[in-house]
Design a protein around this ligand. Structure first.
Ligand code: GLU
Length: 447
């Protein structure tokens, strides 16, 4: 039997890091077994479901490269199917209609009129692919009745989930640990409906650094936020996969293709993992380093990571594109995220260089070199071909002529033209800043 799994988000919020990882494991499992990965939208909560969340969930999955098979399923289009199944249970006497649930201990607390399923006192067990055998005594659940259909004609999560997973032919249910407590009652419902029971794998939650479940208070939790912050989809996928699973040999960077080959649900850790932004940033850095410059330029341009305004934009066309590619090339190894182009390389785009006060204080303010800046500016102004080699030549000749050590000149120049004490290699930086800007900065600091 070929594998069929699903990811079943409720469109009541953005795609959370934890849910994304559930989607990822389902997707990897499906792709590894050459099976199918179905996207099912659990939209029966009419109040909290929202079109905007649905759109974002789909976009986030696409951005991560988690393509689904076939049409998306929507629970709200399947109300007849739930009703038919509830009728079946009513007819067989396994379920009953109640006007209210006062005095009845249901799994949903107190509800109005409803179709409910009284639980027998019995043991329910299943073999979880990660946790092994789990056995529950229904008398220990804290309720003795499962709500199936609510007064407004919508099914409860547990009922819809069972009907869907059964009628959609799911072979494996891979979902978060937080659903372990739902599984026994779902199994009872499969049995009552006469459907085969799928295999279950409950994967661990993702925790925040303080040991609590990863949530807003720990920082960004939605996939879209990471997208907007300049992370790459592949890097996030790599990080999330390795948060609870390892391909072995301490491998930390792994392509999607290799992940699909090596993924085995049985190798997923049973215990919760802690989300580590620093590690994710490191992984992203590795991915940026291995992404070709043209691709980075495209991602930065399309993703809105470049400064919106500024003179650099005026010089449109091919020349500007070539310049941008050179800037990205120069900064390539220094970017943790796509957004870093604006911070690490901000001075390339800025009309006016923003000075780092500490760098000015330590390197520039008292520098003897400033007394040469006026002269040097003049020499550089005279360079026709303002490129790396001619610039280097002028700078070195200048040091020799004035009998000063190169570092006594170069370092203050660096701070004057970039505003910082750390920058990419100086001559190429100057070449890309352009003659006008370099000369202007030197004159500004000339003493
Ligand atoms: N809509 C449920 C959730 O987002 C799905 C749970 C399941 O996979 O069964 O938690």
């Amino acid at each position: 039997m070929s594998v069929r799994v699903r990811f079943a988000p409720s469109p009541t919020g953005f795609l959370h890091i934890g849910s994304a990882r559930t989607a990822l494991f389902n997707w990897l499992f499906a792709r590894h077994h050459k099976g199918e990965f179905i996207l099912r939208i659990e939209d029966t909560d009419r109040v909290r479901s929202n079109e905007k969340f649905l759109k974002e969930i789909m976009e986030s999955l696409q951005w991560m490269g988690l393509n689904w098979d076939g049409e998306i399923e929507y629970q709200m289009k399947r109300l007849d199917i739930y009703r038919e199944h509830a009728e079946r249970l009513l007819k067989s006497g396994k379920a009953k209609k109640v006007d209210g649930t006062q005095g009845v201990k249901t799994d949903e607390g107190e509800v109005g009129s409803a179709i409910v399923f009284p639980l027998e006192a019995r043991k329910v067990s299943f073999d979880d692919l990660l946790h092994g055998r789990i056995e529950v005594d229904t008398t220990q659940l804290g309720y003795d009745t499962v709500v199936l259909m609510k007064a407004d004609g919508t099914p409860t999560y547990n009922f819809a989930c069972v009907v869907d997973d059964a009628t959609m032919g799911m072979t494996h249910i891979i979902r978060g640990d937080d659903h372990i407590s739902n599984t026994p009652k779902q199994i009872v419902l499969y049995e009552a409906l006469g459907y085969p029971i799928p295999q279950f794998a409950h994967i661990p939650l993702i925790l925040g650094p303080d040991g609590g479940r990863l949530s807003k208070r720990h920082g960004a939790t939605s996939i879209e936020e990471y997208h907007q912050r300049g992370f790459l989809g592949e890097a996030l996928v790599n990080y999330l996969a390795l948060l609870a699973w390892s391909p072995g040999n301490n491998q930390e960077i792994i392509s999607l293709k290799e992940m699909i080959e090596k993924f085995d649900i049985a190798d997923v850790n049973k215990t919760a993992a802690t989300f580590d932004l620093q590690k994710l940033t490191w992984v992203n850095h590795q991915y940026i380093k291995q992404t070709p410059v043209e691709k980075l330029v495209q991602l930065m341009t399309e993703g809105g990571f470049l400064p919106e305004n500024g003179k650099w934009k005026l010089e449109n066309g091919e020349k500007q594109k070539a310049w941008l590619a050179q800037v990205v090339e120069l900064l390539h190894d220094r970017l943790d995220t796509l957004a870093d182009i604006k911070t690490v390389g901000g001075f390339f785009f800025a009309e006016k260089i923003e000075d780092d006060p500490a760098a000015v204080e330590q390197v520039l303010k008292e520098a003897k070199a400033r007394s040469y800046f006026g002269d040097l500016a003049g020499r550089l102004e005279a360079v026709n071909n303002f490129e790396h080699d001619p610039i280097e030549q002028v700078m070195r000749d200048f040091c020799q002529e004035k009998n000063i050590k190169t570092k006594e000149l170069f370092h203050p120049v660096r701070v004057a033209v970039t505003g910082r004490s750390v920058s990419p290699p100086l001559f190429q930086t100057m070449a890309l800043l352009g003659k006008e800007k370099v000369v202007r900065s030197l004159k500004r600091w000339a003493a």
